[in-house]
Design a protein around this ligand. Sequence first.
Ligand code: SF4
Ligand code: SF4
Length: 394
Amino acid sequence: MDKSLDRRKFLKLSAAGAAGSILAGSGTLHASPSPLTKTTASNGIIHRTLGRTGMKVPVVNLGVMRVDNPRIVTMALDGGMTFLDTAHGYQNGRNEEMLGELLKDRPRDSFYLATKVSARGADMSTEEFISTFEISLERLKLDYVDILYLHGPSSREAVLQEEHLGALIKLREQGRTRFIGVTTHSNEPEVIRAAVESGEYDVVCPAYNFNMGNLPDLKDAIAEAAGAGLGVIVMKTMAGAYWDRERQDPINTRAALKWALQNENIHTSIPGVTAFHELEDNFEVMKDISMTPGEIGDLRLDRADTGMYCLGCEKCTAQCPQKMPVPDIMRSYMYAYGYRDLSLARATMDTLGLNGPACESCNSCAVKCTQGFDVAGKIRDIDRIRQVPSEFIS
Ligand code: SF4
Ligand code: SF4
């Protein structure tokens, strides 16, 4: 085990698990803004302070995940965004390489940058985690990043997994990342509370949007994190961008982003963009998050179903005898049909370690999705993408 870690602390954390987190259910923290949240305006841009990191950032920044035109990043930075979000795995590393080329001539104190190393594969050792991150640093042509995330765990155990958390702490001690965080697409309240419980994570980055089914609990968990001094950055604010697979019924993404930012325990957001007009929309929200009655109506808050958006509630995973990673596959489906990003959909499927055609051995599906999704049908549909050679998917 890494010397920098106190094993007794991990054991203590593990023992506390059955009783819930130290803050869960305390009833003392609600969704009112943390006193640590400071909202200010400068040059007309609304800024909030990212918890104890002290980083003062615009409320809207750039998720670089799907950007393949570097001029979008340039426009974002020139327009007042200061925080760029990427990951080791985005675009098979090309995303970080693009940023490295673009940022090498910019003063290091003119931007903040976060990257992520995937938690997939609990067997990844501390050394492997660190060497994966070192590749990211080389691609980025940076000596350090501002935030390094553990990417995508969905349980308390995974957040506190000592090899991964140990690697993060070691890299923070070495100054190769200033702060450490955790991102999550599913089971968000548990993941956020585990990050608080650890006493180590500085930032949490959950999915958060108007369409989620666990909002009361998620808002409470976010309030607990902000109250404990963690920075809170949200993603997936656009809830899939379309209500329907055929993309005939778009979600009002500007309204969706504003809706997320009404919660002052959220310090900033990282919506992904692929086009200049989307970035221009986000510039406007960065300066004005007030919602019109029309925008509120567009979100159809009384609608019973969530369109294409999988809640990541994981109610389905235990039902499947093949233990299919259904929420991840549903996310891939949303990337393909909502975002029209086949490359991202394929990359997501490729990380899941599926052998052979998915669901092939089932005559009928045992999974009952809380949203009424035809899970088997969607899986078979999106699974076809694994048969397409990568070079045909741009
Ligand atoms: S058809 Fe349903 S039960 Fe069978 S493997 Fe697929 S998701 Fe699981
Ligand atoms: S597929 Fe349905 S049950 Fe499974 S995580 Fe998504 S919303 Fe929940």
